[in-house]
Unconditional design. Structure first.
Lengths: 599, 293
């Protein structure tokens, strides 16, 4: 119910304003504020995943041209149908544009988007008409979206805006939005816990593009009245989208509405009063807004207002429920609601486990970074239920080997088999789904999310039926239930390591890779850590542990592989490996045997 | 074949100017990891400055005015860095702020110029503007040749600055690994300031090399922004040398495309190539492909 409050406020405010406005110019300002709020909401869908698009004018251009050309054609297609067609084309183009860049780091998406509207505009202006008049059909208002009363456009715009906001709000409360926030926060980790980032980013981009195309039809019909390539494909479209979204709150559903309510009237009234003598006044408003937001409140008014309110509540000592309510109305719920299961793939399928087949087989793996050979011809096997230790000096290639197993790196040669199936060509999310989980040497996290949500991302990535419940149960098992909703940064080293373990275990993996899990822990915590692992894993789970505290390790594992300079120098039982002269020479040091005897 | 050469030679000449324009963008990205969307508007401002000193009574030749433009934009660039840019660099979360800050600054420049000088195109035509020489059957425009030579001279000076001076080496160190550079005693704040000034001035000189054959409007930067980005990405983001190579290649492609398609769509080739490079070799022709796995 709380989520409906802002919708009611919006509709009420527009109704109130619309009833009082009789000057043509004022109705135009209101219409444009709605049009640009709609555009901003559409643009912001991409920003939820941390993707800044500078090319959305490609979609407004497509929307405007598609409906105008269809309306001008002999088929005399209604703008409503033209709108749907334009949305379809825009969605298709978005997919074609997005797919190649979504595999790259976030930054390249922004760069790639710059050139699309430019290409389209040049092609349209050169091969088609740089300017298309929209045929005037006063005889049938609804069929031709041709209303004599300008107020009608306000209400059509409001309906479209409400629909867009509802889509955006729905994304926020489902695993879709949850996933997008995780991608924005830490994309590499998201992929490592089974989130198919390309799919989710593409989905957001398609919806965003389609809404932008729809907005363009309203914009042309209600305001421009003529489709001009320079305008509908123009950079100004992007500037206004950026301005309303960033001023209101980047990635926030209600941000663009706030931003447009501020900026559009300001820009238009300024233009109306001094536009004759100062031609760039409108653009200067948007430009100044962008610069000021960048320097003062980079995340926008809505989050800043929330912070201000919380501080006010804290200083006044007002009882928190009220403050809490306002915060909830303004902000998307930090965690997905019961609607979480709305967007869910069928449960993952695991590979069959033929008896006797090793869970992991590393076969002749080699890897170089430039001239630096990090791994050469590494081969070993891990059986179901086996615990294997991986030791060796820093730079021996241990973590590189993990990174190859989890698709963070690709081996130059050799194979990695998981339950007899080659996984070298599979991407990170697929390997995670198959049952390979890992922790990181330098703990990774979604820092804008709570510990509970960190685990929940991994649960969603593994298609666990009730991700929130499963994550909470996991935190209870590892003893972190008390910190579930706290801040990630407030956890101790031991708690952070335990959280990493919880995140890795929520998918119920068949191969668990632990990268220096004991580093930074004291003696009690070390013992407790392995106890927690044993408590969580099933009898069939294979575990590979990289660890420098060899004494703790050899008490835990059943076999050890020792690496030095990328080669296996010894493998076998822990006792045999640690007394191997080569291992002592390369890694343990001559004092080791003395130590070991003292124990 | 001769038709091809007739487009290739001017392509190389204009490519030299693109190289200069792009080197400033590349330098700033290399040191600060800031993609400066206002870079093309510095070029636009420099074109207006060249026009002002040429047409505004002084009658100074735009090529001779290049040192003046360099000095003015070195100082101006440092001022912009100190007032605005330095507040949004360093942290990863600042990436969005960098994008909107530089876009906003560029827009402010454009519209202030629009208000002051209107959108009427301005032209700088020195007495030799239409002169040229024939090399065999290939016509070489005098002003384009001078623009290319100016770019070569500035490139040589930049090379000496980056390799032979203490500040230049600090800039290179910071661009390779700024964290390590700070441990080695490089004053990163000062290095950023100077790099931003030099980067701005390089692009500005590129602008003053353009004015003799490119009409000037407040929005002329929009036509060059993707050309500059394409050059920088082609050469590998952050590499000044790469930006030079990329600029020359872009000039050649843009020009030679006219053998097959109309001049009106020559930039479609540039934009298309830019996308292709982003898709298949995002770290540039000479860099290694890195994926966010």
């Amino acid at each position: 119910m709380r989520r409906l409050v802002p919708f009611a406020v919006l509709v009420g405010a527009v109704a109130l304003l619309d009833g009082r406005l009789d000057q043509r110019f004022h109705v135009r300002v209101l219409t444009l504020a709605i049009v640009w709020a709609l555009a901003g909401v559409a643009w912001n869908l991409m920003a939820k995943a941390g993707q800044i698009s500078l090319g959305h004018s490609a979609f407004t251009g497509i929307g405007a041209y598609a409906f105008t050309m269809l309306l001008r054609s002999d088929a005399d297609v209604s703008p409503w149908i033209g709108m749907v067609v334009g949305m379809g084309i825009a969605a298709f183009v978005a997919l074609a544009v997005g797919l190649p860049t979504f595999r790259l780091k976030g930054f390249y998406f922004t760069l790639a988007t710059i050139s699309f509207p430019l290409i389209l505009e040049l092609l349209v202006a050169h091969n088609g008409d740089p300017e298309l008049t929209v045929p005037f059909h006063p005889e049938n208002e609804w069929r031709y979206m041709e209303f004599a009363d300008a107020h009608t456009y306000v209400w059509i715009g409001l309906v479209m805006l409400v629909v867009a906001l509802a889509i955006s709000a729905l994304i926020d409360v489902t695993s879709f939005g949850f996933t997008l926030r995780a991608i924005r926060d830490n994309e590499v980790l998201a992929r490592a816990v089974g989130i198919r980032t390309v799919v989710w980013k593409s989905a957001a981009f398609i919806i965003s593009a389609a809404l932008s195309a729809a907005m363009a039809v309203l914009w042309v019909k209600a305001v421009l009245r003529v489709t001009v390539a320079e305008e509908v494909f123009g950079i100004t479209v992007v500037i206004v989208m950026l301005s309303v979204a960033f001023v209101g709150g980047v990635g926030r559903t209600w941000g663009p509405v706030v931003g447009a309510a501020f900026l559009i009237p300001l820009a238009m009234f300024l233009d109306d009063s001094i536009g004759e003598s100062v031609p760039g006044a409108q653009e200067l408003v948007y430009a100044a807004a962008l610069v000021l937001v960048a320097l003062l409140i980079p995340d926008g008014i809505v989050p800043a207002a929330e912070r201000g309110w919380e501080r006010l509540v804290a200083t006044l000592g007002v009882s928190s429920p009220r403050g809490d309510r306002v915060r909830r109305v303004l902000a998307p719920d930090p965690r997905p609601s019961s609607l979480l299961t709305v967007v869910r793939r069928p449960p993952r399928r695991r590979l069959p486990s033929p008896p006797g087949m090793p869970v992991l087989e590393v076969d002749g793996v080699a890897k170089s970074f430039g001239a630096n050979r990090v791994l050469s011809d590494v081969a070993f096997r891990v059986r179901a239920g086996e615990r294997l230790g991986l030791i060796g000096p820093n730079g021996a290639g241990k973590t590189t080997l993990f990174n190859i197993m989890t698709a963070h790196l690709r081996a130059d040669s050799g194979r990695v088999l998981f339950k007899g199936v080659e996984i070298d060509r599979m991407r990170a999310p697929r390997r995670y789904e198959l049952g390979i989980s890992r922790t990181f040497q330098v703990p990774q996290g979604f820092h804008l999310m709570s510990p509970l949500d960190n685990v929940a991302v991994a649960a969603i990535g593994a298609s666990v039926p009730h991700p929130m419940k499963a994550s909470m149960a996991m935190l209870e098992r590892v003893g972190l239930a008390g910190m579930a909703l706290g801040e990630l940064g407030a956890l101790t080293v031991a708690e952070t390591k335990t959280l990493e373990l919880a995140r890795a275990m929520v998918s119920d993996p068949e191969l668990l890779l632990l990268d220096e899990p004991l580093a930074g822990l004291n003696e009690t915590e070390r013992i407790r850590f392995f106890e927690t692992v044993d408590d969580l894993v099933g009898p069939e789970t294979a575990i590979v542990v990289i660890e420098h505290s060899v004494r703790a390790l050899i008490r835990y594992v059943e076999s050890v592989v020792a690496l030095d300079e990328g080669r296996i120098i010894a493998d076998g039982s822990p006792e045999a490996v640690v007394s191997d002269p080569q291992v002592i020479k390369a890694y343990l040091g001559s004092k080791w045997m003395g130590h070991a005897r003292d124990q | 074949m001769i038709e091809f050469l007739q487009f290739l030679v001017p392509g190389i000449l204009i490519g030299g100017v693109y190289a200069l324009l792009a080197s400033g963008l590349g330098l700033i990205f290399g040191v600060m990891r800031v993609v400066n969307f206002a870079q093309a508007d510095f070029m636009m401002l420099a074109m207006y400055l060249s026009w002002a000193v040429f047409a505004g009574g002084v009658g100074m030749d735009p090529f001779l005015a290049a040192p003046l433009v360099f000095a003015a934009f070195f100082v101006g660039g440092m001022a912009v860095h100190w007032l605005f840019v330095r507040h949004v660099i360093g942290r990863r979360e600042n990436h969005d702020a960098q994008v909107i800050l530089t876009i906003g600054l560029g827009l402010i420049f454009q519209n202030l110029i629009l208000i002051r000088y209107s959108s009427e195109p301005r032209i700088v035509a020195p007495s030799y503007a239409n002169d040229g020489d024939y090399l065999g059957e290939i016509f070489i425009s005098r002003v384009r040749l001078y623009a290319f030579l100016l770019s070569v001279v500035v490139a040589a000076l930049l090379f000496l600055f980056l390799n032979r001076t203490r500040t230049g080496r600090a800039i290179r160190a910071a661009s390779e690994n700024w964290e390590a550079a700070t441990y080695m005693g490089v004053d990163i704040g000062r290095t950023n300031l100077i790099a931003f000034g030099v980067g701005t001035a390089l692009t500005a000189v590129g602008g003053s090399a353009l004015v003799t054959f490119q009409s000037i409007t407040p929005f002329v930067g929009l036509r060059f922004v993707v050309v500059m980005f394409a050059a920088v990405v082609l050469g590998g983001l952050g590499s000044v040398g790469g930006a030079f190579v990329g600029g020359v290649l872009i000039g050649i492609i843009q020009s030679v495309s006219q053998v097959w398609t109309s001049a009106a769509v020559k930039n479609v080739w540039v934009f298309g190539l830019f996308l292709l490079i982003l898709y298949v070799r995002p770290n540039g022709l000479f860099g290694k492909v890195q994926r966010a796995i």
